[in-house]
Design a protein. Structure first.
Length: 315
C-alpha cells in the first residue's frame, strides 16, 4: 500500500474516532446520578439532588433559598448601555459603531458560569426566554458569547428596566427579603431585580390531549412559598436518554406542590437549563447541561438570575 494511502486511512480513522472519544468524555464527566439531601452551599442556600427512574430517568436539582437570610442578594443580567465606552480611556470610532449597532438589543449573551464569575456571584441560573436563537449543528448556533439578544417578558436589574413587561409572561419580582410572582407581568415600582417566564399553574390541569403540556423536557422553574420568603429553583436535566430525559409541566407542578410552593414561573429550559455555583477555582456547573446535542456543553443565554450569599460559618 502506498504510504500516502496509508496516512489517508489513518486520518480517516482519527476523524471517525475523535468525535466518539470526545462524546464519551463529556458523558463520563456529567454529574453522577447520586441523591443529595439538603446540602448547605452558602448561608441561606441548600441543594438537593433527586434521582428517579420512573416514569423515565430523571436527575432533579433543587435549590432552596431563604430570601430573608443575611447576605442573600439577587442580581439579574444588566442591560446594554454605554458603560463600557465610558469606562474606556479613549473610545475608538469602531467601538462607538459597535455600541450603536447593538442598541436595538437589550443584553449581551453569556454562559451562566461566565455571568457568575464576572459579577462575583455565588449562585446563578439561566432566566428569561430570549431571541434570536438558532441551533442547527454543534458548530452552527446562536447566540454565541458576546452577541446581543432581546428578552421575552420583564427583566429588571438594579432597579433599571432591561426588558418591558408582557402580560403573557408572569414576572418574578424581588422586593428586599421577599419576592412575589405577578401574573400581569409587571412588578411594583420599588422592585430592584426581576425576571419573567411562562405561567405555571400549580392547581389546574389542561385537557389530557394537550401534547405540548405533557411533553417531557429539561426545565428551569422558580417557585415561592405563601410568604414569599422561600424561593425554590427547580432544574431538571433532559435530552439525555438513560441519564435524564426531562419532566412534564404536570410533573413539575406536582413536585412543587409537595414542597409547599404556592406560585411558580417557568423560566427558559431545554439546552439553556444551567445551574452554576462558586467554587475555589472556576465556576462549577452542577447539573447535566446539554447544548447543540453535546452533553457537558454550556449554552450562552441572554439573561440570568444570580445571588450573592455569605459563606457557610465554620463552627
Amino acid at each position: 500500500m502506498p504510504r500516502s494511502q496509508k496516512w489517508k486511512e489513518v486520518f480517516i480513522w482519527i476523524g471517525l474516532l475523535l468525535p466518539l472519544a470526545l462524546y464519551g468524555y463529556w458523558v463520563m464527566t456529567r454529574p453522577k446520578r447520586e441523591p443529595i439531601n439538603r446540602q448547605p452551599l452558602f448561608e441561606g442556600i441548600t441543594y438537593s439532588r433527586y434521582v428517579r427512574q420512573q416514569p423515565r430517568p430523571q436527575l432533579i436539582h433543587l435549590l432552596e433559598i431563604d430570601l430573608a437570610a443575611s447576605g442573600i442578594v439577587p442580581f439579574v443580567t444588566p442591560g446594554i448601555d454605554a458603560a463600557s465606552l465610558e469606562a474606556a480611556e479613549e473610545p475608538t470610532s469602531s467601538s462607538i459603531q459597535q455600541y450603536e449597532s447593538v442598541q436595538q438589543y437589550e443584553t449581551i449573551a453569556q454562559k451562566t458560569s461566565s455571568f457568575l464569575e464576572m459579577y462575583g456571584l455565588q449562585l446563578a441560573v439561566n432566566a428569561n426566554f430570549f431571541n434570536p436563537f438558532a441551533e442547527t449543528t454543534p458548530w452552527q448556533y446562536s447566540p454565541r458569547e458576546g452577541e446581543p439578544g432581546n428578552l421575552i417578558g420583564l427583566a429588571i436589574s438594579e432597579g433599571e428596566i432591561v426588558s418591558p413587561g408582557n402580560q403573557n409572561y408572569p414576572a418574578l419580582c424581588f422586593l428586599g427579603g421577599r419576592a412575589e410572582i405577578r401574573d400581569d407581568g409587571v412588578c411594583p415600582s420599588d422592585t430592584r431585580q426581576a425576571v419573567a417566564g411562562l405561567r405555571l399553574n400549580l392547581e389546574t390541569r389542561p385537557p389530557q390531549d394537550s401534547e405540548t403540556f405533557y411533553k417531557f423536557y429539561p426545565v428551569c422553574v422558580a417557585a415561592l412559598d405563601a410568604a414569599g420568603t422561600t424561593l425554590w429553583l427547580l432544574l431538571v436535566d433532559g435530552k439525555q436518554p438513560l441519564y435524564s430525559e426531562g419532566m412534564t409541566r404536570p410533573e413539575v407542578a406536582d413536585f412543587l406542590q409537595a414542597l409547599g410552593a404556592q406560585s411558580a414561573v417557568q423560566l427558559d429550559g431545554g439546552g439553556s437549563t444551567t445551574l452554576a455555583i462558586e467554587s475555589d477555582d472556576d465556576p462549577d456547573v452542577i447539573n447535566g447541561i446539554i447544548h447543540a446535542k453535546i452533553p457537558g456543553n454550556e449554552r450562552p443565554v441572554a439573561n440570568h438570575l444570580g445571588f450573592f450569599a455569605n459563606p457557610l460559618r465554620s463552627d
